[in-house]
Design a protein around this ligand. Structure first.
Ligand SMILES: Cc1cc2nc3c(=O)[nH]c(=O)nc-3n(C[C@H](O)[C@H](O)[C@H](O)COP(=O)(O)OP(=O)(O)OC[C@H]3O[C@@H](n4cnc5c(N)ncnc54)[C@H](O)[C@@H]3O)c2cc1C
Length: 365
């Protein structure tokens, strides 16, 4: 593995990890034991009200600096060589793979996995430029204020209907201190300019809590949403994680990156064994895997959550708490619960029917 930074390295991220990611790591015996805030509920807030769903052990908030370092350490303990401070620069095709240039040395590789995040050098070099779902996220860590939710609940606040995204409050631990990670996620589609200024939105949210933006260190970074029909492979090259694309609705990408890893591991083992290194079927392998099903469903949800039907969707979520319950159980890697899923589906059907036919007057003749 080539890593451009040196561990422990910073990664701007709120660090909310769904328990399904930890469960997946556990299947290969990996437990990332770092200071965390476990949460047992998710609050959904919008212009029509607030719903707090409770479900035990659905995830935790970590500091990525610690989480990623520990994950890398465990990989090294299993014999995986990580070259730190080794950014991949240029790379060239050779007759049996690639030659990779790093500042220190040239490395030969049979295949290349671009797991290099939103700014992926590998993706750029493949020429896979796309701006369908690009997002911005801006975050900072503050002390607690009155009105914050309990520390075992994470908040997603969709109240601002002019924001294609949301404001969040995630309880976090900064050097052992109980703090709150607050931030704004803003999705941009098709390269359109932002409808709102993300910094102004965060400043307003902070001010409503008696806090001032200028008093905190702001951390801003881009995110890339998954597009089901865009290329994510070439001969001997795979893209995974945010280099390929993560959830455009929420910007959640940690669990997805880990799921991509599991899918790519199995896929590569097969391809290296049979020697078929064209990788034309990698997009199909992703689409069929748990991560692809997750991302396709969420990508289909972009226009629902941030389109003209947003108000109806928000009212639906408030009216059918089963939807949030199913979401929390999925996030936590638990079975959905048949009754809750059925009630949520029935509610969705009723709402859709009402939305489609509700405004149509049928006149008898
Ligand atoms: C502000 C913010 C908040 C977020 N909050 C959450 C959250 O709460 N929960 C959640 O699930 N997701 C969250 N995300 C998304 C999440 O951080 C990413 O989707 C996730 O980290 C993607 O994982 P990855 O391994 O694909 O990429 P990354 O985590 O970005 O890792 C890429 C790695 O590649 C290295 N690298 C990059 N270029 C090179 C190069 N040329 N050569 C060698 N190495 C290179 C980097 O140093 C890095 O170690 C957030 C994102 C942002 C910006």
């Amino acid at each position: 593995m080539l890593e451009k930074a040196t561990y422990p390295r910073e990664k701007f991220c709120a660090g909310g990890v769904g328990a399904r990611a930890d469960k997946l790591l556990k299947t290969i015996g990996v437990v990332v034991d770092v200071p965390s805030v476990e949460f047992h509920g998710i609050a959904f807030r919008c212009q029509y009200g607030e719903l707090v769903g409770r479900e035990a052990d659905i995830g935790r908030v970590v500091r990525r600096k610690q989480f990623d370092h520990e994950l890398a350490r465990q990989a090294q303990a299993r014999g995986i060589q990580i070259l730190e401070n080794a950014p991949l620069g240029e790379f060239w095709r050779a007759h049996d793979g690639f030659e990779l240039e790093t500042p220190g040395e040239r490395i030969k590789a049979r295949v290349l996995v671009g797991a290099d995040g939103v700014g992926s050098v590998v993706r750029k070099r493949l020429g896979f430029i796309s701006t369908r779902y690009l997002a911005q996220a801006l975050e900072l860590d503050t002390e607690h204020v009155e009105g914050d939710l309990p520390r075992d609940v994470i908040l997603f606040d969709f109240t601002r209907s002019d924001l294609p995204g949301y404001y969040w409050d995630f309880p976090t631990l900064v050097d052992g201190r109980e703090m709150m990670c607050r931030g704004v996620y803003l999705l941009k589609r098709d390269g359109e300019p932002s409808p709102v200024n993300i910094q102004a939105v965060l400043a307003e949210e902070l001010s409503a809590r008696g806090l001032q933006l200028k008093d905190y260190r702001q951390k801003r970074f881009a995110e890339r949403g998954f597009e089901p029909h865009r290329p994510i492979s070439a001969e001997r090259v795979l893209l995974v994680g945010e280099a390929a694309g993560i959830d455009p609705v929420s910007g959640e990408g940690i669990a997805q990156a880990i799921q991509y890893g599991a899918t790519a591991g199995r896929y590569l083992a097969g391809r290296l064994a049979d020697g078929k290194l064209g990788f034309e079927d990698w997009p199909m392998a992703v689409r069929r895997a748990a991560v692809g099903l997750d991302l396709r469903a969420r990508t289909a949800g972009v226009d629902l959550f941030y389109g003209p039907r947003r108000a109806a969707i928000e009212r639906y979520v408030l009216r059918y708490p089963e939807f949030l319950q199913v979401g929390m159980r999925y996030f936590g890697g638990k079975p959905w619960g048949t009754q809750a899923a059925l009630r949520a589906a029935r509610g969705a059907l009723w709402h859709t029917t009402k939305a489609v036919f509700g405004g149509t007057r049928v006149e008898r003749t």
